[in-house]
Design a protein around this ligand. Structure first.
Ligand code: SAM
Length: 335
């Protein structure tokens, strides 16, 4: 790999650009192509005949696998209809690992069995053990009362204080709905979705490639997490927006020594192997079963703990607040 290439955003047709890269040079590839749903991209025809769309997809999918290092990961985001075809292309040349269902909280209005999730295929380049890290996310809680949504019965004290290991159904990351938070682009992904994927599949300094960069989401996530990035995007204006956003991004998404992903100033994705070095930055509910109604909070968090007073034993409440006080200071970086 040309050492000048990482940390760049290249304007051009991704197939031409990908063909110019050497094999086995990328740690993680993430592709979020046009879904052929007739969206209003500035420079792309998003309403191709099925056969034409699939032939085009086959070309860049094969390139992504070629470029990825053995044991590196290829992620592809799309609607289930196209992912079934993509799997048929990828299965002979890479190892299937996961189909992640991203329930991006759309309104199921219209018809029965309307697609309500996007899929994210995860493949690993053959002849290498996949680089993959276990991920934890915060326990799901009732927004009103703060209690755990799931009933763990007598097993609460065995729960991890921060939260469970992530399954392949992701329900805690929403699409960017409000116009004021979006760029002028029809399909911008949330940065913390990409941060989760990157934390799961790469280490600091690894190279993350996105051949359909849009307005820069993957490059921003990679930079925030101390990874290198290569973005390719056809449209000049989207490239301009990406470059300016990436320039303003700092590599600072850390809690102490560990890279983590924040949303609204709270850690939303951590790596399990980092817990030992991370836990000193959290106020951990005590006794252990208090996890049922006490959030494990990072110091500096702007969020108030939600509790149900009549259930929270006064003594525990005081202890928890004392612990919070003693942890005050050293605010972590914003998302
Ligand atoms: C679904 S969007 C990606 C959005 C991106 N994930 C984000 O969060 O901003 C697909 C992008 O691919 C770009 N695109 C389409 N055809 C392309 C091609 N042949 N080469 C490079 N980019 C292309 C479009 O301009 C569009 O911005």
């Amino acid at each position: 790999m040309n050492p000048d290439i990482p940390n760049s955003i290249i304007q051009g047709d991704c197939i031409d650009v990908l063909k110019s890269f050497p094999s086995d040079s990328i740690d993680v590839a993430f592709a979020d192509p046009p879904f052929n749903l007739n969206k209003g991209y500035r420079s792309t025809n998003d309403a191709l005949k099925t056969q034409k769309y699939l032939e085009w997809c086959e070309q860049w999918l094969i390139e992504l696998v070629r470029l990825t290092k053995p044991g590196g990961s290829v992620f592809v985001h799309n609607i289930p209809k196209w992912l079934t075809h993509f799997s048929a292309i990828l299965n002979p040349i890479a190892d299937f690992k996961h189909w992640i269902a991203w329930d991006a909280a759309t309104n199921p209005m219209g018809k029965t069995l309307q697609p309500a999730h996007y899929g994210i295929l995860c493949y690993s380049k053959k002849s290498g053990k996949q680089k993959f890290y276990e991920i934890r996310h915060p326990h799901k809680r009732c927004r009103k009362c703060g209690y755990l949504m799931k009933d763990y019965g007598g097993k609460k004290r065995l729960l991890h204080p921060f939260g469970p290991l992530l399954s392949d159904i992701w329900t805690d990351i929403h699409r960017i709905r409000h116009k004021k938070y979006r760029d002028d682009h029809p399909c911008q992904l949330p940065v913390h979705l990409l941060e989760r994927i990157i934390l799961m599949s790469s280490d600091e300094g690894d190279v993350v490639l996105d051949p359909f960069l849009g307005t820069g989401t993957t490059a921003i996530a990679a930079k925030k997490l101390g990874r290198k990035y290569i973005g390719i995007e056809l449209d000049e204006e989207y490239v301009r927006v990406s470059r300016s956003k990436v320039d303003e991004t700092a590599s600072d998404s850390k809690l102490g020594e560990a890279w983590v992903s924040f949303f609204l100033n709270e850690p939303i994705t951590i790596r399990n192997i980092d817990w030992e070095i991370l836990k000193k930055h959290f106020a951990i509910p005590s006794p252990a079963e208090a996890v049922d109604y006490c959030k494990c909070m990072a110091r500096g968090s702007i969020h108030k703990r939600k509790t149900v007073n009549n259930k929270l034993v006064q003594q525990e409440k005081l202890e928890f607040e004392k612990e919070l006080e003693s942890l005050a200071g050293s605010p972590h970086k914003n998302s």
